[in-house]
Each structure stands twice: as C-alpha cells, then as structure tokens.
Design a protein around this ligand. Sequence first.
Ligand code: CA
Length: 651
Amino acid sequence: METQMTPAQLKRWFDSPEFERQYHTEAPLGAWLEENGTHFALWAPTAQSVQLNLYVSGHEGEALRRVAMRKGDKGLWLHDEYSRLAGVYYDYDVTVNGKTYRTMDPYAKACGLNGQRGMVVDLPATDPEGWQRDAAPAKPNEDIIYEIHVKDFSWDPHSGVPEKLRGKFAALTLSDTTLDGKGECPTCLNHAMHLGATHIQLMPVYDYGSVDEAGDPDAFNWGYDPVNYNIPEGSYASDPARGEARIREMKEAVMAMHKQGFRVIMDVVYNHTYELESCLFKVAPWYFYRQKEDGSASNGSGCGTEIASERSMCARYILDSILYWTEEYHIDGFRFDLMGMLDVPLMNRIQQELDKRYGAGEKLLYGEPWSGGECRPVPGTQLAHKGNMKKLNPLIGAFCDNTRDAVKGSVMDEESKGFVNGGGLWADRLAGCVRAWAGSYGDFALPYQTITYLSSHDDWTLWDKLICTMDESRSFAGSDPRVIQANKLAFAMLACCQGHLFMLSGEEFGRTKQGVKNSYKSPVALNRMDWQRCHENRELVDYYRGLIALRQRLTGLQDKTAAAPQRVLDVCQVTQDAAAIRLDNGKDCAWAEALMCFNASHQEVTLNLPQGSWAILADGESSLLWQKPQTITGQATIQPMAALILGQVKA
Ligand code: CA
C-alpha cells in the first residue's frame, strides 16, 4: 500500500509519529561475524523484497550466490549463514514500488574498490600490533587544533616522505620527516609537533566518491562527498581493492599520531550525500532526506541534498556511525560539516552518549553552525545553528565567524578588510573576540563552545586574503614583509582570544593557493603543503610557535568556563588604530595579569602602563621573549603593525 505513494506522500508518512512507532528499531544492522556464523540485517521499511548477493571480488565478476532475505518486523530484512564469510563481498537488490535498486549496505564496515560492494570483515584481524594498548595522549592545558588533508599534507616531493607513502594514511605514521630528508627542517607531523599542535583534524577520511580509487594517483578532492559513512577512503590506502587494507592503515595512522602526542579529530559530513541515489536512498527511498512540499529534494547543504537528521532511524544512523569511529578507530573528536543542518536534540544526544562512555568532554565535538541553503526539517525542529548555541550542550562547540572576519575581513568579499589590513581597529569589537563572543557578549554560552580561528580549508588562506587586500600586484608566491607583519599581528590577536584555537595547516608559513578561494577540486599541486615555503618563512613559523607555547601558560586564556569573559578587566582604545586589553590570569599563573596591546597603524604608539612592573612576553618581532623577559614600568611603546603582550610581575 505505502509503496504506491508519491514522494510528497512519502514525506508526510515518514514525518508521522505512526511511521516511527511501526518501524523504529534498535536491532543490530549490517553484516557481522560470530564464532560459527555470519549475520546480515538491513533496514528497508518500504521494500517488497530484498536479495543478498555474495561475491569473491569487491568490484568485478558476477555474484557467487544470491539469497532471498527473510522479512522481519520493523522493516528489517534478515539472513544468517552458518559459516564465517570473512573477506566475502556483498550488496543488496532492494525492490521498492516495483523498482529494483542494487545497493551497498549503509552499515557496511568494509568495501571493495570505490566502495561499490560491502565486505564482511573480521575487524579484530585488522588491528595493528599494539592496538589494544593504544590510547589518546593526556589532555593538554590548551587545545591547538591543526587541520590537515591526508593527500596534500605529504604529497610535496620535498616533504621527506618516501614516494610510495606520500599522500597516504601511511605518511601519518612517520614522526621524524624533514625537508628533502636532510634531517634539519621538520615536515608533516614532525612539523606540527614542533609548532605545538595538540589535535590533528583530518579532512574527510571516510569513503568519498569524487576520486576514482583505480584512477590517476594524483587525482584530488577535499572529500566532502560521502559515499560510505563507516569505511575509510580507499585512495589513502596502499591497496583500495583489498577491503581490510584501508581499515588497518587508518588504524596505524591513528595509533602513530597518538604515540606522537596528538589527539585525532575526524571531519564528518552527515548533512548530505555525494548523490541523491546513495545507499541510504536505495534502501528506503526518501526516508533519509528532507524534501520540499512537492516531494523533490531539499538542498540545505548547497550540494544537492539534505539529510533528515530529525527522523529517528536517520538520527540512529548518525549516532551509530560516530560511536563506531570512536570505538573501532579510537577517534578523539568530530568536526561536523554544516552542523547547522543537524538538529539540536541529536547533537546533544551524541555528546551525552560519548560522555557516558568516555567521560565528560573526553571526545571533542564541534561544527559549522550554519547551512549551505534553506533547510526544510519537520516544522518545530531546532537546528544546531549559531542562534541555537545556548540550547546545545555546553560541551558542543562551533566555528566563530565573528573573530575570523573581524581580524582580516569577511570571507564573502575579497576586498573586505579587518583589523590588520586597514579596516580599522575597534577596541570593543576586539574585546568581543577576546571574550570568545560568549555569555552576555555573544552567541556562545561559554568560551568552551567557541572555535576561534582565522582560516580553514574553506575560503582564502589567511595569506591569500592578506595579499588580496594589501598587495595590488597580487604576488601570492612572494613573502612581502608588510604581509608577514600583518600575518603576525593577526595571529597574535587570535592567540589572545579565549576559546579553542584552530588553524588550517600551513597558515603558519603563509600557505597560498594562489588566490583560489574554493580549491576543493583544484589540482593537488595547488592544494599541497609546500614544505620549501615552510622553510623559507620559518621566521613566521617561529612566531606562531612562540605564541602557541605562551598560550599554554596563560590561565586567563585557558579558562573555558562561563566566568571566563569577566577576566577581561579593561578595554582601552589607545589611538584610532590601537587598542589594549587587560586580562586577569589569577594566582595560578606566573603573571597575575596580561596586558595585550595591538597596533594596526603605521606609527609607533605609546601606552601608559598600569601600576607595577610588566614583563615583555612578546612583541611584533619575537613571541619567545617570555622565556627570558625584560621588565618595564611606566610606559610602553608598541611598534607599527605589531602586538605587544605584557605580563604583570608579581610583587
Ligand atoms: Ca572512495
């Protein structure tokens, strides 16, 4: 009966409490092994019949065997085998409304080439040596989240990574790489460690569709086009056709990063799929997708589709997926792409379930608090966008566009300027940044929620944005000292903000994509981390490194509680383009107060200091002065286009 419904009628039925009552199930789904058997379970509530196909290969040849699945209750289709089918590939033929779809299992844990067929996998057999003892490093005082892309991170021939491993998960198992292998300038994770990063955020590493795993080895895409949510991407593995290789190699990478002292965060894209006719669509047409009233696909992602996170089996799918990555791959946190499309109750439930299993806040959750277009959830659904941050669990964070745009100008407009590139420096707005726009000062409940950043993979790199606004000749590949100075000032401002610090890899060496704003499918040569440039701009890298280390010592910036914004004691507009902010560090810090001064003008600025002695912790030249600080009283001079960070010496 229901199978004759139009897409618009299906929408109303799937939204009804009646559907949820009839079809919601917590029964196990997927394909899994037992001592003497293999179980298959698929949720396909509108199917008239389901056939299981078993194969020797993950991408070629006819089915070895075809089995009609038996219909269970709650929309389940089941089959049991009395032998262990580890290494056997499979897919389903799902017949709905007279139409048969051949599909992957949305719950598949392994697959063949290009994710076309699932594979029954003996998961413990994919564990690398020592995996049982693998654990995340202890939490640092301060999280420094460093965003990388598996392929562009080590692809550069100068990366010092052996050619065979470049662009692969395996490159992330190396901890001592240097420029051209000469033993001097650290590259890749060795560089990230020297810089002071504490968390590595991996751009999509689930199986995505835009790169042919059997094609050109230099093919490149960011990977925001999910195909299989619970399987690693094959182009990062040594052999994408062998189902277990990508699993083991991703685990090896996670384990190596843990050993090196990093926590590992995955970028997850549950808001849309690569194509509308995904495996989620084929097993239950339209159920997992939001629709317009006429029944066509809603496009809140700007990528063609929009996942219906508020429907109970869709919510279960997303939660199951997150729990699987934490359990099976030891992932320490998740960055939710377009989190503003997912609903508040689901996000809160994910946090709650993770806290219950691993301890409060042990797994870090944050996302983009916006969408890519108009969203059409069930009326009354609260979405996890910026305006609803205070309705989210206080441990769920979001990217802060206020600070990002205030410091260097809007990402929407190439010409738009911020504090450091001639847009003017207002003390009040700067104080909003420092207070992480939290509590009564903005959208965030407390600084714990605020992901403070200047650049991510999206939009111009920080360097390119500065070139666009400061250099009429647009010489992106250069190292204009004026732009270096503005870059230093920008990061000094960021490093003085409360909240979690986040950065795109390479921001610290003036990473350029030659002004390309959206490089998601640009060649890897354009996207790559240019390790020679890292060496050329090592002075800028050192400036970042010093501030990151200083931040680990300033309690006033580490406080992530709702009381933290009150640590800002005074906000002072010194001149039209210079401001100073006094921050209370409390008694647990070497410096009771910090005085953070920023001069975005081209003249020196003199500042009258509050009473007492002040140690110079960082200025526009060096961010390592705090290691052996000079002390001043009375007045301070802030150099043109520079920061000056002072610490009050205890009496
Ligand atoms: Ca793939």
